[in-house]
Design a protein around this ligand. Sequence first.
Ligand code: DHB
Ligand code: FE
Length: 311
Amino acid sequence: MTTKVFDTKEVQELLRAAANVDGRNGDARFKQIFQRLLSDLFKAIDDLDITPDEVWAGVNYLNKLGQDGEAALLAAGIGLEKYLDIRMDAADKAVGIEGGTPRTIEGPLYVAGAPVRDGVARIDIDPDSGAGPLVIRGTVSGADGKPVAGALVECWHANSKGFYSHFDPTGEQSEFNLRGAVRTGADGKYEIRTLMPVGYGCPPHGATQQLLNALARHGNRPAHVHFFVTSEHCRKLTTQFNIEGDPLIWDDFAYATREELIPHVVERTGGLALGLKADSYKEIEFDFVLTPLVSGKDNQIVQRPRAAATA
Ligand code: DHB
Ligand code: FE
């Protein structure tokens, strides 16, 4: 069918009515966004001659996505979350902010409420025979290069099966296993004692993997560790680093990899003296450089639904 109806009065009126653009009530911004998105969808149906069967497949996919609770997972997998980062990078460049630790996606698996420790945190609570000890340490500094005291470094990552506590399908992990937070002292230093993570893979029968399969894409991420770094006089940093040597580093389904976020992994001994489960351990030194507030404000606080629990 080559019929085009998008530009007809009937369709344009239908769009205005559906978004209630001429109505007085409702949220003006929401109406504006909704009308545009609905309009782009209608136009795509016309342009690509998307069939009723294809439209209903899409509508029912949304049902499965919701049932699986995977909308935020899908957002990472289709590059939507990366796109927001690209826009924030460009906005920073436009106001002359550069030089801080690069941001990268938060992902959908943060849980608020992890215990906070001073200076050093041990975050592996559950035994995990598949994972060796890992120490992550470094300094938080501001744009002026000076150490930031009282900064909060929050950290979360997967276990040796690639599962995150709170979201683990086996139900085997304690609530805050491999999640924790450290408050820096006067020297700006933090240290996290944990276990080496393994890369995450999307639930194999979930809606996200279903969509990726249709695109002939995989749903895997390299091993990585997430961070939020916050401090009163700097902007919040949302980032992750990858574990050097992981074969998926440049093939991350969520597009979070950045050149500056692949620190070296160093072999160390003396783990038993630190209370680690083995004497040999891996160490990653990773310094965080925060960026200044913009007109006195932290414009990096992103509101999104997040899981929360109590320790
Ligand atoms: C997804 C999983 C992650 O561990 C992550 O960091 C980002 C995204 C995901 O499944 O979409
Ligand atoms: Fe992750």
